[in-house]
Ligand binder design. Structure first.
Ligand code: UD1
Ligand code: UDP
Length: 376
Protein backbone atom coordinates (compact mmCIF):
# COMPACT_ATOMS: atom_id res chain seq x y z
CA UNK A 1 0.00 0.00 0.00
CA UNK A 2 1.33 3.42 -0.96
CA UNK A 3 0.07 6.32 1.15
CA UNK A 4 0.74 10.03 0.87
CA UNK A 5 0.73 11.73 4.26
CA UNK A 6 0.05 15.44 3.93
CA UNK A 7 0.91 18.01 6.62
CA UNK A 8 1.18 21.78 6.40
CA UNK A 9 0.95 23.55 9.75
CA UNK A 10 2.16 23.24 13.35
CA UNK A 11 -0.87 21.33 14.70
CA UNK A 12 -0.93 18.96 11.72
CA UNK A 13 2.71 18.00 12.29
CA UNK A 14 2.05 17.45 16.01
CA UNK A 15 -1.14 15.42 15.42
CA UNK A 16 0.30 13.41 12.53
CA UNK A 17 3.54 12.44 14.31
CA UNK A 18 2.19 9.43 16.29
CA UNK A 19 0.08 8.34 13.33
CA UNK A 20 3.08 8.45 11.00
CA UNK A 21 4.86 6.13 13.44
CA UNK A 22 1.88 3.74 13.69
CA UNK A 23 1.37 3.67 9.91
CA UNK A 24 5.04 3.00 9.24
CA UNK A 25 4.72 -0.25 11.25
CA UNK A 26 1.98 -1.68 8.99
CA UNK A 27 2.62 -4.56 6.60
CA UNK A 28 3.72 -3.76 3.10
CA UNK A 29 3.32 -0.03 3.41
CA UNK A 30 5.19 2.70 1.63
CA UNK A 31 4.74 6.25 2.95
CA UNK A 32 5.48 9.54 1.23
CA UNK A 33 5.52 12.43 3.70
CA UNK A 34 4.56 15.67 1.97
CA UNK A 35 4.79 19.07 3.71
CA UNK A 36 2.75 21.72 1.92
CA UNK A 37 4.92 24.45 3.48
CA UNK A 38 1.92 26.46 4.73
CA UNK A 39 3.97 26.96 7.91
CA UNK A 40 7.67 27.42 7.22
CA UNK A 41 9.46 29.19 10.11
CA UNK A 42 11.64 26.83 12.16
CA UNK A 43 9.56 27.46 15.30
CA UNK A 44 6.26 26.84 13.43
CA UNK A 45 7.40 23.73 11.55
CA UNK A 46 10.95 22.26 11.63
CA UNK A 47 11.25 22.08 15.41
CA UNK A 48 8.20 19.76 15.63
CA UNK A 49 9.69 17.17 13.26
CA UNK A 50 12.81 17.16 15.44
CA UNK A 51 11.08 17.08 18.83
CA UNK A 52 8.41 14.52 17.87
CA UNK A 53 10.95 12.27 16.16
CA UNK A 54 9.44 12.44 12.67
CA UNK A 55 11.70 12.12 9.64
CA UNK A 56 12.18 15.18 7.49
CA UNK A 57 9.41 15.39 4.87
CA UNK A 58 10.18 13.64 1.58
CA UNK A 59 8.82 16.63 -0.32
CA UNK A 60 8.16 20.25 0.66
CA UNK A 61 5.77 22.08 -1.66
CA UNK A 62 6.80 25.48 -0.22
CA UNK A 63 3.30 26.94 -0.56
CA UNK A 64 3.91 29.62 2.09
CA UNK A 65 1.51 32.37 3.14
CA UNK A 66 -1.19 33.82 0.89
CA UNK A 67 -4.88 34.69 0.93
CA UNK A 68 -7.39 31.89 1.58
CA UNK A 69 -8.20 31.10 -2.04
CA UNK A 70 -4.66 31.36 -3.42
CA UNK A 71 -3.18 29.28 -0.59
CA UNK A 72 -5.80 26.53 -0.92
CA UNK A 73 -5.56 26.36 -4.70
CA UNK A 74 -1.75 26.33 -4.58
CA UNK A 75 -1.87 23.28 -2.28
CA UNK A 76 -4.39 21.63 -4.60
CA UNK A 77 -2.29 22.24 -7.69
CA UNK A 78 1.08 21.25 -6.21
CA UNK A 79 -0.06 18.16 -4.31
CA UNK A 80 -1.98 17.15 -7.45
CA UNK A 81 1.35 16.87 -9.28
CA UNK A 82 2.75 14.66 -6.51
CA UNK A 83 -0.36 12.44 -6.55
CA UNK A 84 -0.02 12.10 -10.32
CA UNK A 85 3.61 11.02 -10.20
CA UNK A 86 3.50 8.87 -7.02
CA UNK A 87 0.21 7.10 -7.83
CA UNK A 88 -0.75 6.41 -4.19
CA UNK A 89 -3.50 4.07 -3.00
CA UNK A 90 -4.64 6.75 -0.56
CA UNK A 91 -3.90 10.22 0.78
CA UNK A 92 -4.26 11.06 4.47
CA UNK A 93 -4.45 14.39 6.32
CA UNK A 94 -5.50 15.59 9.78
CA UNK A 95 -7.50 18.65 10.77
CA UNK A 96 -9.12 21.61 9.04
CA UNK A 97 -6.49 23.88 7.53
CA UNK A 98 -6.22 25.11 3.96
CA UNK A 99 -3.55 22.45 3.44
CA UNK A 100 -6.07 19.76 4.38
CA UNK A 101 -8.77 21.14 2.07
CA UNK A 102 -6.36 21.50 -0.88
CA UNK A 103 -5.19 17.92 -0.30
CA UNK A 104 -8.76 16.56 0.00
CA UNK A 105 -9.95 18.21 -3.21
CA UNK A 106 -6.87 17.20 -5.23
CA UNK A 107 -7.03 13.54 -4.11
CA UNK A 108 -10.79 13.31 -4.69
CA UNK A 109 -10.66 14.89 -8.12
CA UNK A 110 -7.89 12.46 -9.07
CA UNK A 111 -10.04 9.56 -7.81
CA UNK A 112 -7.60 8.62 -5.07
CA UNK A 113 -9.24 7.78 -1.70
CA UNK A 114 -8.84 10.60 0.80
CA UNK A 115 -8.62 9.65 4.48
CA UNK A 116 -9.61 12.36 6.93
CA UNK A 117 -8.48 12.30 10.53
CA UNK A 118 -10.23 14.54 13.09
CA UNK A 119 -13.52 14.57 11.18
CA UNK A 120 -16.91 15.78 12.29
CA UNK A 121 -16.00 18.89 14.29
CA UNK A 122 -18.60 21.61 13.77
CA UNK A 123 -18.69 25.20 15.00
CA UNK A 124 -21.64 26.10 12.73
CA UNK A 125 -19.77 29.34 12.06
CA UNK A 126 -19.01 29.79 8.37
CA UNK A 127 -16.98 32.93 8.95
CA UNK A 128 -14.22 30.53 10.05
CA UNK A 129 -12.13 29.18 7.16
CA UNK A 130 -11.72 26.00 9.21
CA UNK A 131 -15.48 25.29 9.21
CA UNK A 132 -15.52 25.40 5.41
CA UNK A 133 -12.40 23.25 5.21
CA UNK A 134 -13.57 20.55 7.58
CA UNK A 135 -17.07 20.22 6.14
CA UNK A 136 -15.83 19.75 2.58
CA UNK A 137 -12.98 17.46 3.63
CA UNK A 138 -15.32 15.22 5.67
CA UNK A 139 -17.74 14.89 2.77
CA UNK A 140 -15.01 14.10 0.24
CA UNK A 141 -13.34 11.49 2.42
CA UNK A 142 -13.52 7.76 1.72
CA UNK A 143 -12.68 7.14 5.37
CA UNK A 144 -13.41 9.47 8.28
CA UNK A 145 -11.92 9.20 11.77
CA UNK A 146 -14.00 11.10 14.33
CA UNK A 147 -12.20 12.05 17.56
CA UNK A 148 -15.29 12.05 19.81
CA UNK A 149 -18.77 10.52 19.83
CA UNK A 150 -20.18 14.04 19.29
CA UNK A 151 -18.07 14.41 16.13
CA UNK A 152 -19.20 10.93 15.00
CA UNK A 153 -22.87 11.92 15.47
CA UNK A 154 -22.35 15.14 13.51
CA UNK A 155 -21.15 13.09 10.54
CA UNK A 156 -24.10 10.69 10.82
CA UNK A 157 -26.54 13.62 10.92
CA UNK A 158 -25.03 14.88 7.67
CA UNK A 159 -25.60 11.53 5.97
CA UNK A 160 -22.01 10.29 5.92
CA UNK A 161 -21.95 6.48 5.93
CA UNK A 162 -21.33 4.71 9.25
CA UNK A 163 -19.51 2.03 7.21
CA UNK A 164 -16.70 4.45 6.43
CA UNK A 165 -16.68 6.37 9.71
CA UNK A 166 -14.75 5.31 12.82
CA UNK A 167 -14.53 6.66 16.34
CA UNK A 168 -10.81 6.93 17.04
CA UNK A 169 -10.11 9.57 19.68
CA UNK A 170 -7.73 12.40 18.85
CA UNK A 171 -4.07 11.68 18.07
CA UNK A 172 -3.08 14.78 20.06
CA UNK A 173 -3.50 12.67 23.21
CA UNK A 174 -0.98 10.15 21.83
CA UNK A 175 1.44 13.02 21.09
CA UNK A 176 1.10 14.53 24.56
CA UNK A 177 1.64 11.18 26.28
CA UNK A 178 4.66 10.38 24.12
CA UNK A 179 6.39 13.75 24.48
CA UNK A 180 5.52 14.33 28.15
CA UNK A 181 8.20 11.81 29.16
CA UNK A 182 10.83 14.20 27.84
CA UNK A 183 9.28 17.35 29.34
CA UNK A 184 10.70 19.04 32.41
CA UNK A 185 8.52 21.81 33.81
CA UNK A 186 11.43 22.96 35.96
CA UNK A 187 13.74 23.26 32.93
CA UNK A 188 11.14 25.25 30.98
CA UNK A 189 10.35 27.59 33.86
CA UNK A 190 14.05 28.24 34.50
CA UNK A 191 14.71 28.79 30.81
CA UNK A 192 12.16 31.60 30.68
CA UNK A 193 12.89 32.90 34.17
CA UNK A 194 9.37 32.02 35.33
CA UNK A 195 10.04 29.90 38.40
CA UNK A 196 8.03 31.21 41.32
CA UNK A 197 5.54 33.05 39.11
CA UNK A 198 2.13 32.32 40.58
CA UNK A 199 -0.62 32.14 39.55
CA UNK A 200 0.63 31.33 36.05
CA UNK A 201 -1.61 31.41 32.98
CA UNK A 202 -0.57 30.30 29.48
CA UNK A 203 -2.20 32.29 26.70
CA UNK A 204 -2.33 31.64 22.95
CA UNK A 205 -4.32 33.47 20.28
CA UNK A 206 -4.13 33.27 16.51
CA UNK A 207 -7.56 32.75 14.94
CA UNK A 208 -8.54 34.85 11.96
CA UNK A 209 -11.78 35.87 13.70
CA UNK A 210 -9.75 37.40 16.55
CA UNK A 211 -6.62 38.76 14.89
CA UNK A 212 -8.50 40.60 12.14
CA UNK A 213 -10.41 42.80 14.60
CA UNK A 214 -8.76 45.58 16.57
CA UNK A 215 -11.52 45.72 19.19
CA UNK A 216 -11.11 42.01 19.99
CA UNK A 217 -7.35 42.36 20.51
CA UNK A 218 -8.00 45.45 22.65
CA UNK A 219 -10.51 43.42 24.69
CA UNK A 220 -7.91 40.74 25.47
CA UNK A 221 -5.25 43.31 26.32
CA UNK A 222 -7.64 45.14 28.65
CA UNK A 223 -8.33 41.91 30.53
CA UNK A 224 -4.59 41.22 30.89
CA UNK A 225 -3.97 44.74 32.18
CA UNK A 226 -6.74 44.42 34.74
CA UNK A 227 -5.59 40.99 35.95
CA UNK A 228 -2.25 42.40 37.08
CA UNK A 229 -1.89 40.01 40.04
CA UNK A 230 -1.53 37.09 37.58
CA UNK A 231 1.48 36.24 35.38
CA UNK A 232 0.51 35.53 31.78
CA UNK A 233 2.90 33.78 29.41
CA UNK A 234 2.06 34.38 25.77
CA UNK A 235 4.04 32.60 23.06
CA UNK A 236 2.87 34.71 20.16
CA UNK A 237 1.85 33.23 16.81
CA UNK A 238 3.44 35.22 13.92
CA UNK A 239 0.00 36.18 12.62
CA UNK A 240 -0.92 37.75 15.98
CA UNK A 241 2.35 39.59 16.33
CA UNK A 242 1.76 41.11 12.90
CA UNK A 243 -1.83 42.06 13.76
CA UNK A 244 -0.81 43.71 17.05
CA UNK A 245 1.78 45.76 15.19
CA UNK A 246 -0.68 46.70 12.45
CA UNK A 247 -3.19 47.97 15.01
CA UNK A 248 -0.46 49.77 16.93
CA UNK A 249 -1.03 47.60 20.02
CA UNK A 250 2.40 45.97 20.23
CA UNK A 251 3.95 48.62 22.49
CA UNK A 252 0.86 48.56 24.70
CA UNK A 253 1.27 44.81 25.14
CA UNK A 254 4.98 45.14 25.83
CA UNK A 255 4.25 47.70 28.54
CA UNK A 256 2.19 45.20 30.59
CA UNK A 257 4.51 44.06 33.38
CA UNK A 258 2.49 40.91 34.18
CA UNK A 259 2.66 39.56 30.61
CA UNK A 260 5.66 37.62 29.35
CA UNK A 261 5.77 37.67 25.56
CA UNK A 262 7.65 34.78 23.95
CA UNK A 263 8.35 33.61 20.41
CA UNK A 264 6.34 30.48 19.43
CA UNK A 265 7.67 27.61 21.52
CA UNK A 266 8.77 24.11 20.60
CA UNK A 267 6.57 21.27 21.84
CA UNK A 268 8.72 20.32 24.87
CA UNK A 269 8.69 23.86 26.22
CA UNK A 270 5.05 24.45 25.39
CA UNK A 271 3.98 21.30 27.25
CA UNK A 272 6.38 22.27 30.06
CA UNK A 273 4.55 25.56 30.29
CA UNK A 274 1.09 23.98 30.19
CA UNK A 275 1.83 21.59 33.04
CA UNK A 276 3.18 24.50 35.09
CA UNK A 277 0.09 26.61 34.46
CA UNK A 278 -2.87 27.04 36.75
CA UNK A 279 -5.07 27.96 33.80
CA UNK A 280 -4.99 28.12 30.02
CA UNK A 281 -6.53 30.89 27.91
CA UNK A 282 -6.72 30.20 24.20
CA UNK A 283 -8.54 30.29 20.87
CA UNK A 284 -6.55 27.26 19.65
CA UNK A 285 -8.18 23.92 18.98
CA UNK A 286 -5.15 21.81 19.87
CA UNK A 287 -4.46 23.74 23.05
CA UNK A 288 -8.06 23.17 24.24
CA UNK A 289 -7.53 19.42 23.70
CA UNK A 290 -4.21 19.51 25.54
CA UNK A 291 -5.74 21.40 28.46
CA UNK A 292 -8.28 18.58 28.88
CA UNK A 293 -5.55 15.95 28.50
CA UNK A 294 -3.34 17.63 31.10
CA UNK A 295 -6.33 18.45 33.35
CA UNK A 296 -5.94 22.18 33.27
CA UNK A 297 -8.95 24.55 33.18
CA UNK A 298 -9.36 26.34 29.87
CA UNK A 299 -10.97 29.68 29.03
CA UNK A 300 -11.89 29.85 25.36
CA UNK A 301 -11.27 33.22 23.71
CA UNK A 302 -13.89 32.71 21.00
CA UNK A 303 -17.62 33.09 20.57
CA UNK A 304 -18.11 29.36 19.87
CA UNK A 305 -16.20 26.09 19.84
CA UNK A 306 -16.27 22.99 17.69
CA UNK A 307 -15.02 21.18 20.79
CA UNK A 308 -18.11 21.48 23.06
CA UNK A 309 -16.83 18.53 25.10
CA UNK A 310 -14.55 21.01 26.92
CA UNK A 311 -17.58 22.84 28.30
CA UNK A 312 -19.81 19.79 28.77
CA UNK A 313 -17.15 17.98 30.83
CA UNK A 314 -16.41 21.04 32.97
CA UNK A 315 -12.89 21.79 31.67
CA UNK A 316 -13.74 25.37 30.82
CA UNK A 317 -16.03 27.97 29.32
CA UNK A 318 -16.34 30.39 26.45
CA UNK A 319 -15.33 33.96 27.27
CA UNK A 320 -15.04 35.49 23.80
CA UNK A 321 -12.87 38.61 23.87
CA UNK A 322 -14.97 40.81 26.12
CA UNK A 323 -12.68 41.91 28.99
CA UNK A 324 -15.38 41.68 31.66
CA UNK A 325 -16.23 38.11 30.66
CA UNK A 326 -12.54 37.11 30.52
CA UNK A 327 -11.79 38.62 33.94
CA UNK A 328 -14.75 37.00 35.65
CA UNK A 329 -14.06 33.54 34.16
CA UNK A 330 -10.34 33.71 34.94
CA UNK A 331 -11.10 34.52 38.57
CA UNK A 332 -13.82 31.86 38.72
CA UNK A 333 -11.55 29.09 37.43
CA UNK A 334 -8.33 30.15 39.14
CA UNK A 335 -9.78 30.29 42.59
CA UNK A 336 -12.23 27.37 42.49
CA UNK A 337 -11.57 24.97 45.38
CA UNK A 338 -10.39 21.48 44.37
CA UNK A 339 -10.80 22.22 40.67
CA UNK A 340 -7.64 20.44 39.47
CA UNK A 341 -8.53 17.40 41.65
CA UNK A 342 -11.99 17.31 40.05
CA UNK A 343 -10.52 17.63 36.55
CA UNK A 344 -8.09 14.79 37.32
CA UNK A 345 -11.11 12.56 37.97
CA UNK A 346 -12.86 13.68 34.76
CA UNK A 347 -12.31 11.37 31.76
CA UNK A 348 -10.54 12.85 28.75
CA UNK A 349 -13.18 13.36 26.02
CA UNK A 350 -10.44 13.23 23.37
CA UNK A 351 -9.27 9.69 24.06
CA UNK A 352 -6.69 7.69 25.93
CA UNK A 353 -3.63 7.77 23.70
CA UNK A 354 -4.51 4.81 21.48
CA UNK A 355 -5.91 6.86 18.61
CA UNK A 356 -3.03 6.35 16.16
CA UNK A 357 -3.05 2.58 16.68
CA UNK A 358 -6.83 2.48 16.10
CA UNK A 359 -6.56 4.51 12.89
CA UNK A 360 -3.63 2.48 11.55
CA UNK A 361 -5.35 -0.84 12.26
CA UNK A 362 -8.58 0.27 10.56
CA UNK A 363 -6.63 1.37 7.49
CA UNK A 364 -4.81 -1.98 7.37
CA UNK A 365 -8.07 -3.94 7.73
CA UNK A 366 -9.89 -1.94 5.07
CA UNK A 367 -6.91 -2.22 2.78
CA UNK A 368 -6.80 -6.01 3.27
CA UNK A 369 -10.50 -6.14 2.38
CA UNK A 370 -9.65 -4.12 -0.74
CA UNK A 371 -12.51 -1.80 0.08
CA UNK A 372 -10.60 1.47 0.28
CA UNK A 373 -12.30 3.34 -2.48
CA UNK A 374 -14.28 6.47 -3.13
CA UNK A 375 -17.76 6.48 -1.56
CA UNK A 376 -20.59 5.83 -4.08
C1 UD1 B 1 -3.44 28.20 10.06
C2 UD1 B 1 -4.78 27.50 9.89
C3 UD1 B 1 -5.47 27.39 11.25
C4 UD1 B 1 -4.57 26.74 12.26
C5 UD1 B 1 -3.23 27.46 12.32
C6 UD1 B 1 -2.29 26.72 13.21
C7 UD1 B 1 -6.00 27.87 7.81
C8 UD1 B 1 -7.13 28.59 7.19
N1 UD1 B 1 -5.67 28.27 9.04
O1 UD1 B 1 -3.71 29.51 10.53
O2 UD1 B 1 -6.65 26.61 11.11
O3 UD1 B 1 -5.20 26.83 13.50
O4 UD1 B 1 -2.66 27.48 11.00
O5 UD1 B 1 -1.29 27.56 13.71
O6 UD1 B 1 -5.44 26.99 7.21
N2 UD1 B 1 3.30 33.07 9.30
C9 UD1 B 1 4.65 33.21 9.53
N3 UD1 B 1 5.42 32.09 9.56
C10 UD1 B 1 4.94 30.84 9.37
C11 UD1 B 1 3.57 30.72 9.12
C12 UD1 B 1 2.76 31.83 9.09
O7 UD1 B 1 5.14 34.32 9.70
O8 UD1 B 1 5.72 29.87 9.42
C13 UD1 B 1 2.46 34.27 9.29
C14 UD1 B 1 2.26 34.88 7.90
O9 UD1 B 1 2.22 36.25 8.04
C15 UD1 B 1 0.90 34.38 7.49
C16 UD1 B 1 0.17 34.30 8.82
O10 UD1 B 1 1.15 33.92 9.77
O11 UD1 B 1 0.26 35.24 6.59
C17 UD1 B 1 -0.97 33.31 8.84
O12 UD1 B 1 -0.50 32.01 8.44
P1 UD1 B 1 -1.52 30.97 7.79
O13 UD1 B 1 -0.85 29.65 7.65
O14 UD1 B 1 -2.11 31.52 6.56
O15 UD1 B 1 -2.67 30.90 8.83
P2 UD1 B 1 -2.62 30.63 10.40
O16 UD1 B 1 -3.18 31.81 11.09
O17 UD1 B 1 -1.27 30.15 10.79
N1 UDP C 1 2.00 24.90 20.36
C1 UDP C 1 3.38 24.87 20.50
N2 UDP C 1 4.03 26.04 20.76
C2 UDP C 1 3.37 27.21 20.92
C3 UDP C 1 1.96 27.23 20.78
C4 UDP C 1 1.31 26.05 20.49
O1 UDP C 1 3.99 23.81 20.40
O2 UDP C 1 4.02 28.23 21.16
C5 UDP C 1 1.30 23.65 20.01
C6 UDP C 1 0.25 23.23 20.99
O3 UDP C 1 0.82 22.43 22.00
C7 UDP C 1 -0.75 22.48 20.12
C8 UDP C 1 -0.58 23.10 18.77
O4 UDP C 1 0.62 23.86 18.80
O5 UDP C 1 -0.40 21.11 20.03
C9 UDP C 1 -1.75 23.98 18.46
O6 UDP C 1 -1.49 24.70 17.31
P1 UDP C 1 -2.24 26.04 16.97
O7 UDP C 1 -2.77 26.65 18.18
O8 UDP C 1 -1.30 26.84 16.14
O9 UDP C 1 -3.40 25.55 15.98
P2 UDP C 1 -4.84 24.91 16.21
O10 UDP C 1 -4.73 23.75 17.11
O11 UDP C 1 -5.74 25.97 16.72
O12 UDP C 1 -5.26 24.53 14.82
Amino acid sequence: MRLIISVGTRPEIIKMAPLYEALSKLNEIELLLVHTGQHYDWEMSGIFFKELGVEEPDINLNIGSDDQVSQTSAVMKEIGKIIESYEPDGVIAVGDTNSVLGTAIAASKMEVPFIHVESGLRSYDFSMPEEINRRISDHLASLNFAPTSRAFSNLMEEGISPKTTFLSGNTIVDSVIKVLRKVSAKRTLEKFDLDGAQPLVTLTLHRKENTEYEHKLIGVLKALEELDDITFVWPIHPRTQKALKTFDLWNKLKSLKNVRILEPLGYLDFLGLLISSDLVMTDSGGVQEEAATLKRPCIILRENTERPEIIEMGFGEIAGTNPTAIISLVRKYLYQANLIERLKRTPNPFGDGSSSKIIASVIQRIWDLKSLRRPP
